[in-house]
Design a binder for this molecule. Structure first.
Ligand code: GLU
Length: 493
């Protein structure tokens, strides 16, 4: 019997997402339940958006939750490298193989031609797809152009009619018409593979037997299955997990719910409670109990108990469950966890330089610095009245700062300052004009320790959360404003 091997394959392109942890957890449980292995692979073929910082954050966030992998870029293993950017030669070899067998072809079409084809198809109310232009070039001719260095991508051939039957552990057989599937690009003009080729080659070479992934990937399943068929490989067993949703049932998004695992860490959730809550997403224990450990989940795991109704990721429910966990900790453990969270020497050392010069006794520290140990704040709307700005401009300035901070890659005082400065300038103002808004939003007070330092110390998750809270308190952003301000945003350096 082959050993069960599952994997999580995140792309390191942003904050570590709760959805990644959710899918990782289910893959881990499935593997462990069968005495198998769980692998972590980094899918960083998007070289523009992938960063090493984001990769590290994924490791840290998953480990914080208690999710460990048997093989991965940072722990090694017999099937490495586990980072796709280090496997370029492998993909090239397999892409060449598909072209040689006639399952894929070099495509030399320019962006302009593709745009024109697309526009015409849209005008004719057809689904836009590649029209097969370069598929008809004779192979020798195509090879000659490739050898001459002409810019090209490699596309896969797909059937033009009939249906693809996708077997899914949860849904049974799902039929997807080939007329909905495009001739997918497998290798980009820069010589790097797309998700489709890299994912199939790696899952095969890494011996992955079962793939549990988010259901947003279901529509593209036929492309993957076709590739397995072209290579003559057995496809792994597939399971398309229901997507996490906001309480209003929309797809979980950071506009409505914090989605970064680091946010929950920073807010003071216990990792065990968080993992427990993720385990409750679409799944339940046979005895329906709400509170359980990872080991208990593994012991009772049964993938068929996943229900397809979209699981709702609800901060209030999570908080309730976290409360259960906290109250049941032995009091010494509770004190230890509190210390680890924010009363540790590292964090105190960041704050100390900013309070030392402002107090005469230690007992004055708590009132001055309580916001460093809080999540959301009880904000007072009157603190946001501004000498120069109308209430609308106040919201606008804060929303622009928030958006810019959401895009800020390197979280540092200089970076934050530059963002606020740029927003101020775009509104014909100075940095110091916007400071009276930042103080109450971030510290809850009209003045306090340096707010730029405070933002750096609090980190991106809490800073953004508090700005969002303040904007909500002041009335939020209407659809119309959202549109107008997004245009302004685009113009800010
Ligand atoms: N890199 C893909 C992601 O970021 C992996 C999807 C899959 O599991 O196949 O979600």
């Amino acid at each position: 019997m082959t050993t069960v091997r599952t994997r999580i394959a995140p792309s390191p392109t942003g904050d570590p997402h709760v959805g990644t942890a959710y899918i990782a957890l289910f893959n881990l449980c499935f593997a462990r339940q069968h005495g198998g292995q769980f692998i972590l692979r980094i899918e960083d073929t998007d070289q523009v958006r992938s960063t090493r910082e984001s990769e590290q954050q994924i490791y840290d966030a998953l480990r914080w939750l208690g999710i460990e992998w048997d093989e991965g870029p940072d722990v090694g293993g017999p099937h490495g490298p586990y980072r796709q950017s280090e496997r370029g030669a492998i993909y090239k070899k397999y892409s060449d193989e598909l072209v040689a067998k006639g399952h894929a072809f070099p495509c030399f079409c320019s962006a302009e031609r593709l745009d024109a084809v697309r526009a015409e198809q849209m005008a004719n109310k057809e689904t836009p797809r590649y029209d097969g232009h370069c598929m008809h070039i004779a192979p020798e001719e195509a090879q000659r152009r490739v050898a001459a260095g002409e810019s090209h991508v490699v596309r896969m051939k797909v059937p033009s009619e009939g249906v693809c039957v996708v077997k899914d552990m949860l849904r049974g057989e799902v039929e997807i018409g080939w007329d909905r599937i495009d001739m997918q690009v497998l290798m980009k003009a820069d010589g790097l593979p797309t998700y489709f080729l890299a994912n199939v080659v790696d899952d095969h070479l890494m011996g992955i037997t079962h793939v549990l992934r988010g259901e947003e990937w279901l529509p593209s399943a036929p492309k993957l299955l076709k590739l397995y068929e072209y290579f003559g490989w057995e496809a792994p067993v597939n399971c398309y997990m229901p997507l996490l949703r906001n309480p209003d049932k929309s797809k979980l998004s950071k506009r409505k719910n914090p989605t970064s695992i680091t946010f929950y860490q920073r807010m003071g959730f216990l990792p065990q409670a968080m993992l427990n809550y993720l385990g409750r997403m679409g799944w339940s224990m046979p005895d329906e109990r709400e509170k359980f450990t990872l080991d208990e989940m593994i012991a009772h795991f049964d993938i068929t108990r996943v229900s397809l109704g979209g699981p709702i990721f609800d901060l209030e429910k999570l908080s309730w469950l976290n409360g259960q966990w906290l109250r049941e900790l032995p009091v010494e453990r509770f004190a230890e966890e509190v210390q680890k969270w924010a009363f540790n020497p590292d964090y105190l050392m960041k704050i100390a330089p900013h309070v030392q010069g402002r107090v005469e006794t230690f007992s004055q520290i708590a009132p001055l610095a309580a916001f460093f140990f809080s999540g959301g704040l009880n904000l007072d709307a009157s603190l946001f009245e501004h000498k120069k700005l109308s209430p609308e401009q106040v919201r606008q300035a804060m929303q622009l700062v928030l958006w810019k901070l959401e895009a800020l890659r390197q979280w540092s005082k200089d970076g934050i300052t530059a963002v606020i400065q740029a927003v101020a300038e775009s509104m014909g103002l100075k940095l110091r004009d916007l400071m009276p808004l930042m103080f109450p939003a971030i510290t809850g007070q009209a003045s306090s320790v340096s707010v730029l330092d405070a933002m750096e110390i609090l980190g991106p998750d809490l800073t953004r959360f508090r700005l969002r809270q303040a904007i909500e308190l002041l009335g939020g952003v209407s659809k119309k404003e959202n549109k107008e301000w997004e245009k302004l945003l685009a113009a800010i350096a």
